[in-house]
Design a protein around this ligand. Structure first.
Ligand SMILES: [Mg+2]
Length: 909
């Protein structure tokens, strides 16, 4: 299936590393130019006076370029080329960790988690917005028939299960005509195919879970759909077999929101139209006697009694259906209305001709190679979509010519249970400062109920839900303005304010009031978008991305593919709706609850590890470059290299690469602590471990270490009798020892592997150099043997390590003791082994600071993303995130309980 070519994704860290690389490149050019000029000046003024340098009086025409080019060669390793290779390697490992994580295997279906995209794991740790589908993502997509209303009588209200309702069972056994007709529609108005197993049981193959639930429920109520051969459907009811011949199938589409069958009752030869669909797709087409104008007042009110106002001569029956739909929606159940009517033979024949003609135009298009999916996902989406849409519209229009005057029989209510662990996952991730948007194709009330039950929105008084609605552009604008105004006022209050909008209003908002809607997106932590199309889902992702937020989209069906591809990170749930979403996604998981682990454990560790690895790569390259630069000051700025080429090559490839690669195993905190205290994800989201400020820290560290190594090795070994190779080897040894200690100091959790990599690497350094010292042709014959025998060598190494590490250790100790970050606090608690106290009671967050920051934030401005950078080795919690439009509640620890009495404050807005 062609979905177009998704754009390659670049993580925030990659972008930052690219920026830092650019800065280092500029620095390198400046150094080369300055030293090049200085070298030429020194050569002309001083070097030519020295007879032993043997400079010729007249050099070649490119003489001026020689020294700068030498420096360019010396400084070329300033940008570590190895960083790309190392990062690719560790990113591959991060992905493997996700694949191997046995705690993210869905045991029900034995689906392991899978990372398709190996390059963006760090972004998981920086997610700020999660846009989630509802059905199949938050819910199980395992439909269970719970209640129904047939001819105005409610079944299943007492015990919550219509299948066990004595009254309904009685009505079935007594053969009540309405109930039998209702059950017939439940059993056969679908595209389900019954098959018989070897044991004689009837199994149903259904495209949608709703249809499966209805057929199963009908079978439970003795209306057993047991055979479909060709166009003939056979149903068994109370031991008598009923046959129906399907004449036409009017398929379900998301625009029509209903499906119908035209069939002939083989018992009496009558032609019947059976329909089932959403209330707004069935009730407006009810028979004249029951006709009412189905006014979509859901846009204005939440309250059941006034939500759907029947106009004109609405009978009690109709009121009952409307009431049933609303009652069921408030319980979070999915509703379908069932209806039928008898067709006259001539009416059917006339319509049938039109229907076939309309269908043939659609079929022609499909035969011509423009398949539906291709059209929906191809690059020239808009154009093809309109062509496709026209043919679809023609079919829909013909369908509607027959789908009227319906006799509504009743309403079914199907439960789609929340997946296990969804409320906890959402609560934890919200504590981690992640905002949630729910984008669903379902009804508004059902969506709100689901949102409440999964901690998505908080009930009053903690939460407030604002509604954006309207039938016309003007109404939508006014509603949007009101909500925006309320949002601005309530931003400073510690209250969860969410907004709800439906596809219709969203269309106006996105096309005409994009700016205002974008502002709303910045202000709102939570949103519920109902009745949205796949393309609207993608547009919403785009809006959040345009505000510079890191977005994660999660969904399970083909209708989520565009949103998943559009987001920074796409997560697919490999559920009952097939693998379309999982295949298009960067990560696929079996259940929504695994998202918690994916973000807090894998995302966070990946971010931390990459932050260390990338900055360390710059540190070690800069260290050796700085030593070369310092050496030029005592070598007549001639661009002479202190180190031989073998050492330089081995430095990056062997001596310094292994220990740092093992940092992929490093864990600053245990997984349990991280999940218990999700607030610490803030450090990753705000980019606190890799930014220009922390990079400056590493830059300073390499400069300082270069000074230490250079001064000590020159003072100890640059005397008359020593060789250049000896000085070089002492300096190199100093670098290797220092980098081993730096890695050891930055490692939080030691395993045998880490010890082996760090100290084994050091031993490896000596082994390699002893081998080279044994080779007469290597240029460093006997050097290492001689050095290792001298106490002065070991004293120098000790001095370098002590002088290089002690200030860094001192800074670290000072920070750890007097200005500990939340991470340090948790580390201390872990180390002491005691119960980890609430972070809030250990060190309260200075709230006024946050509020002050928020009040100064101009909400009409796009989000300012500059986090407050702290100097050297920064990870202090005191700096708050000015970028966020809402106060970051670092210590919100109270759980959000979901109470059913959600405020219907939408009327006020
Ligand atoms: Mg879905």
């Amino acid at each position: 299936m062609s979905r177009g070519i998704p754009e390659p994704k670049l993580t925030a860290m990659d972008a930052m590393i690219d920026k830092l690389t650019g800065a280092i490149f500029v620095f390198q050019i400046v150094v080369v130019m300055v030293l090049g000029i200085a070298g030429n000046v020194w050569k002309d003024t001083e070097a030519k006076k020295q007879w032993y340098v043997l400079y010729p009086d007249k050099g070649p025409w490119y003489e001026l370029l020689i020294i700068p080019l030498r420096f360019e060669l010396l400084c070329s390793i300033m940008i570590p080329i190895s960083i790309k290779v190392s990062l690719d390697l560790v990113k591959g490992l991060y992905a493997k960790f996700i694949d191997w994580d046995h705690r993210m295997v869905d045991l029900e279906t034995s689906t392991p988690s899978n990372a398709t995209n190996t390059a963006i794991s760090e972004d998981l740790g920086q997610v700020e917005y999660i846009l989630t589908d509802k059905t199949g993502t938050l819910t199980e997509n395992k439909m269970i028939f719970r209640r129904c209303c047939i001819s105005g009588i409610f079944y299943g209200n007492e015990n919550g299960d219509a299948l066990k309702d004595v009254e309904l069972l009685h009505a079935v056994s007594s053969g009540s005509p309405d109930v039998v007709q209702f059950l017939t529609i439940m059993a056969i108005c679908n595209t389900v195919i019954p098959t018989q197993s070897k044991t004689g049981d009837i199994l149903y193959k259904a495209q949608s879970q709703d249809e499966d639930a209805l057929v199963q429920a009908a079978a439970h109520l003795h209306m057993v759909f047991f055979n479909k051969s060709g166009n003939i459907l056979e149903v068994k009811f109370n031991s008598s077999v009923l046959q129906y011949e399907v004449l036409e199938t009017l398929e379900f589409t998301s625009d029509r929101k209903r499906m119908s069958l035209v069939l002939r009752d083989c018992q009496n030869g009558k032609i019947l139209l059976l329909s089932k669909g959403a209330d707004e797709a069935i009730l407006p087409y009810a028979r004249t006697g029951m006709l009412f104008i189905y006014f979509r007042t859901t846009k204005y009110y939440f309250d059941a009694s006034i939500c759907l106002t029947p106009f004109l001569t609405a009978g009690q029956q109709t009121r009952n259906f409307v009431e049933a739909v609303e009652q069921y929606a408030h319980l979070g159940l999915r509703t379908l209305c069932l209806a039928w009517r008898e067709l006259r033979e001539d009416e059917y024949r006339e319509w049938s001709l039109m229907f076939r003609e309309a269908n043939s135009t659609l079929v022609d298009r499909e035969v011509n190679g423009i398949l539906v999916n291709d059209i929906l996902y191809s690059n020239s989406y808009e154009l093809n979509f309109s062509v496709y849409y026209l043919s679809q519209w023609r079919v829909a229009e013909v369908c509607q010519r027959i789908e009227h005057n319906l006799e509504v029989l009743g309403v079914t209510a199907i439960e789609d249970r929340l997946q296990d662990g969804v409320p906890e996952t959402i609560e934890t991730l919200r504590k981690a400062g992640i905002n949630f948007w729910m984008l669903t194709g379902d009804k508004q009330n059902t969506a709100i109920q689901i949102a409440l039950s999964c901690n998505f929105i908080s009930p009053e008084p903690k939460g407030q839900l604002l509604s954006i609605d309207g039938k016309t552009e003007d109404e939508v604008r006014r509603s949007l303005e009101r909500v925006l105004l309320t949002m601005r006022i309530t931003t400073s209050e510690p209250k969860d304010v969410a907004f709800v909008i439906d596809g219709w209003a969203l269309d106006f908002a996105l096309n005409h009031y994009r700016k205002a809607f974008t502002e709303l997106a910045i202000l709102s932590r939570t949103a519920i978008c109902c009745r949205v199309t796949p393309s609207q889902k993608a547009q919403l992702v785009q809006i959040l991305k345009s505000c510079d937020y890191r977005t994660l989209a999660i969904g399970d069906g083909g209708n989520d593919v565009r949103m998943i591809q559009q987001a920074d990170i796409g997560v697919g749930i490999s559920g009952r709706e097939g693998l379309q979403a999982a295949r298009a996604a960067d990560y696929s998981i079996g259940k929504f609850r695994f998202l918690k682990r994916l973000i807090l454990v894998h995302g966070r560790y990946s971010y931390n590890r990459t932050a260390f690895l990338s900055q360390y790569s710059f540190y070690k390259s800069l260290l050796i470059c700085f030593i070369q630069i310092f050496f030029s000051f005592i070598s007549g700025v001639s661009g002479t290299s202190l180190f031989n080429s073998v050492s330089l090559m081995a430095y990056n490839v062997f001596y310094t690469s292994v220990p740092v690669l093992v940092s992929v195993l490093d864990k600053d905190l245990s997984e349990e602590t991280v999940i218990q205290h999700p607030q610490i994800l803030f450090y990753c989201q705000a980019g606190r471990l890799l930014n220009p400020s922390t990079f400056a820290g590493w830059f300073g560290r390499s400069l300082f270490h270069a000074v230490v190594v250079f001064l000590i090795s020159i003072h100890a070994y640059a005397y008359d009798k020593s060789e250049m190779e000896e000085v070089s080897m002492v300096a190199l040894s100093g670098c290797i020892w220092l980098q081993a200690f730096v890695v050891a100091m930055e490692t939080n959790s030691f395993t045998i592997l880490q010890h082996l990599a760090i100290w084994g690497n050091l031993a490896g350094f000596y082994a390699i150099n002893w081998i080279f010292s044994a080779l007469p042709a290597s240029g460093m014959y006997t050097i290492m043997f001689r050095l290792c025998r001298q106490p002065s060598y070991w004293i120098s190494i000790f001095l370098m390590t002590a002088a290089g590490m002690s200030p860094i250790l001192a800074i670290k100790y000072f920070r750890y003791t007097y200005r500990p970050s939340k991470i340090n606090t948790l580390q201390q608690a872990e180390r002491l082994g005691g119960p980890i106290l609430s972070l809030g009671t250990i060190e309260p967050q200075p709230r006024p600071l946050i509020e002050k920051d928020v009040s100064t934030l101009s909400i009409t401005q796009p989000k300012n993303r500059n986090p407050v950078y702290e100097p050297l080795l920064s990870d202090s919690p005191n700096a708050t995130r000015r970028s966020s439009g809402t106060p970051f509640d670092f210590f919100q620890s109270q759980s959000r309980s979901s109470l059913p009495n959600y405020s219907r404050n939408c009327k006020d807005n």
